[in-house]
Design a protein around this ligand. Sequence first.
Ligand code: BDR
Ligand code: CA
Length: 318
Amino acid sequence: TRTIFYDCDTGIDDAMTLLYLASRIRAGAVDLAGVGTVHGNTDPLTGALNTLRVLELAGIKAGEEGVPVAVGAARPMAQDVHYALDWHGTDGLGDTRLPEPAGRPVAEPAAALLVRLARARPGELTVLATGPLTNLGAALLLDPELPSLVREVVVMGGAFDHPGNITTHAEANIWHDPEAADLVFAADWPVMLVPLDATHPTAVHGDWLDRLAAHDTAAARFAVRVLSFYVDAYTPVLRQRGAVVHDALAAMLMLEPELGEYAQRAVRVELRGELTRGTTVWDARSLPAEDTRRPVRVAVGSDVPAFHERLLAALTSL
Ligand code: BDR
Ligand code: CA
């Protein structure tokens, strides 16, 4: 059983990831110790309420009486906040307008909850982050010993040989808070990074969506509704009916790393470029590495059929 702190900006693909994690909780593979939310797809309070809604839909007790869900940073460290309403809807969940959750967010801020959980279980906690990295950056500032307390950090973000998705070169989660992301890549802890290079080839298409729609459970019906908004946004990009469920790939590679292919490289974030701020940079030259940063395990590919089958099985198991 992996003990997870999940930091997210729920968010359609974050919501699919919560359903995936719920299926893994039911299977006994995951213990969800806490969730933090951050600005990104939406504001962090909306993201926290969405997180509670989705966990409750999946039958997981959340809030003060269950899995703690903590509201985190409302803005990045050194720039203005931006939301991704065109991709995720004004409510963050494709305008599906789910009912109010039964549970409430806890009073503690997300970064403080992360630090407290890591200190309570030294060496056990895996941090999965699928939104901007402001809460993780803040937690590193709060507790400089955090890197030695955490087992692994798994991040969805960045783009190397793949174009950006928010600017020509930058991926959204990194672009939303480049300073925080660079703190995370500079820290001395094991990081797995799942960039657009790995997520884009895993896009789900019409046949997969039709198979999901054939299932008549509350969770599958919700997944179909929420994904249909995302599919409408993605179809012009993919030039066919489909969507990229980025965040779920990061969660699956966290639990089943053998499904991925990786490069080990130091990663930096461009903090000043006029056209490239928020871009992830690695040194791919075939020279001995000059960068003294601890190498990040960057996913460069994955077993796409296995991802599709396992995600579908998870979404239809609830
Ligand atoms: C990332 O950006 C967000 O919009 C998605 O939820 C995902 O985490 C993809 O670039
Ligand atoms: Ca996300």
